[in-house]
Design a protein around this ligand. Structure first.
Ligand code: AMP
Length: 301
């Protein structure tokens, strides 16, 4: 089934203990699209400025990613982000956040995308996420991500967004911050009370957990990855694998969500093996399948 994503397309500079990747391709919608395209065709809605040095048609040349919804604004500048990771790769500081084109009006959803049945509102300003969702026909399964800067500065917009979202995919610190609650189980419950029927909390190296309004719960460790160079985009790749799988099977029941979380986990494990999109660009669907089986084996008891 049709999967639409909207989020950032970025010029990133990333520093990890393994090196620096300057002015490389990044952005939540980019990582998501690459990850989800292993499972299902993706419709990307995003906006860049004329300074964007990347040819996205080339980046996605061998992938089923439709770029009709990519808007280039000649007078605007592309979103830029700079981040630095700690020695254990667990903590990340944002050194620079230039919203540029993300602070402007949202890109338009092309008419031919409006029948999309699965929608992922990747990390960007919640007002933009809301305006994009409003352009799509109703009856979709809508999932969203967010981050600390929006929780701090755009909380009212974010609360509006939560009322219209089926699933929130968020990291553990953000869940605690959003719910103003340190205990993750209670934080998840508070997020569910704000609107979504499912919340999926990403816990980095410790894996992820799902809680749903009907009382279902699921926890899964991260894939035991030996190669980790740059965790940037792990969250978006997790969401891409997860939503890609749900759109592929056309179901969002609890069993499908569990399998989707396992695919998200495995897909993210390839992203972190290298800088920018290199980890995801060099693998095949068979590689994902093989790690999926390994994850299944190491979590069985
Ligand atoms: P993740 O590591 O999954 O959080 O995703 C990192 C990607 O998100 C990077 O490529 C950044 O360009 C992008 N990003 C970082 N901050 C923001 C933000 N405030 N809004 C949108 N995208 C962002």
């Amino acid at each position: 089934m049709s999967l639409l994503v909207t989020g950032s397309i970025a010029i990133d500079t990333v520093t990890t203990p393994f090196g620096v990747s300057e002015n490389c391709l990044g952005g939540s919608a980019v990582y998501f699209s690459m990850a989800a395209s292993f499972f299902t065709p993706v419709r990307l809605v995003g906006v860049i400025g004329s300074d964007c040095p990347f040819d996205l048609a080339k980046v996605f040349a061998d992938r089923d990613v439709d770029l009709t919804g990519l808007e280039v604004r000649p007078k605007s500048k592309t979103f830029r982000w700079k981040g630095t990771y700690s020695d254990n790769l667990d903590d990340r500081t944002t050194d620079l956040l230039e919203l540029n084109v993300l602070a402007e009006a949202p890109p338009k959803v092309p008419d031919e995308y409006k029948d999309s049945k699965y929608v992922f509102l990747a990390n960007t300003a919640p007002a933009l996420q809301l305006q994009l969702l409003e352009q799509i026909e109703t009856g979709v399964f809508a999932a969203a991500d967010t981050m600390n800067c929006w929780i701090e500065n755009e909380l009212d917009d974010l609360k509006q967004l939560l009322k219209k979202t089926d699933c929130l995919i968020i990291n553990e610190d953000e869940a605690r911050m959003l719910a103003d609650e340190q205990n993750l189980i209670r934080a998840a419950k508070k997020v569910l009370d704000a609107g979504p029927s499912v919340v999926i909390i990403k816990k980095g190296e410790s894996g992820s957990m799902m809680c749903s309004a009907d009382g279902e719960g699921f926890i899964l460790p991260a894939f035991p990855a030996a190669e980790v160079k740059d965790p940037t985009g792990a969250g978006d790749s997790f969401a891409g694998g997860l939503m890609g799988y749900l759109a592929q099977v056309g179901r969002t029941d609890s069993e499908s969500l569990r399998t989707a979380i396992a695919y998200g986990t495995v897909t993210a494990s390839f992203t972190i093996a290298d800088f920018s999109l290199a980890g995801l660009a060099s693998i095949s669907k068979a590689d994902i399948g093989s790690r999926f089986e390994t994850l299944r084996k190491v979590t069985r008891f």
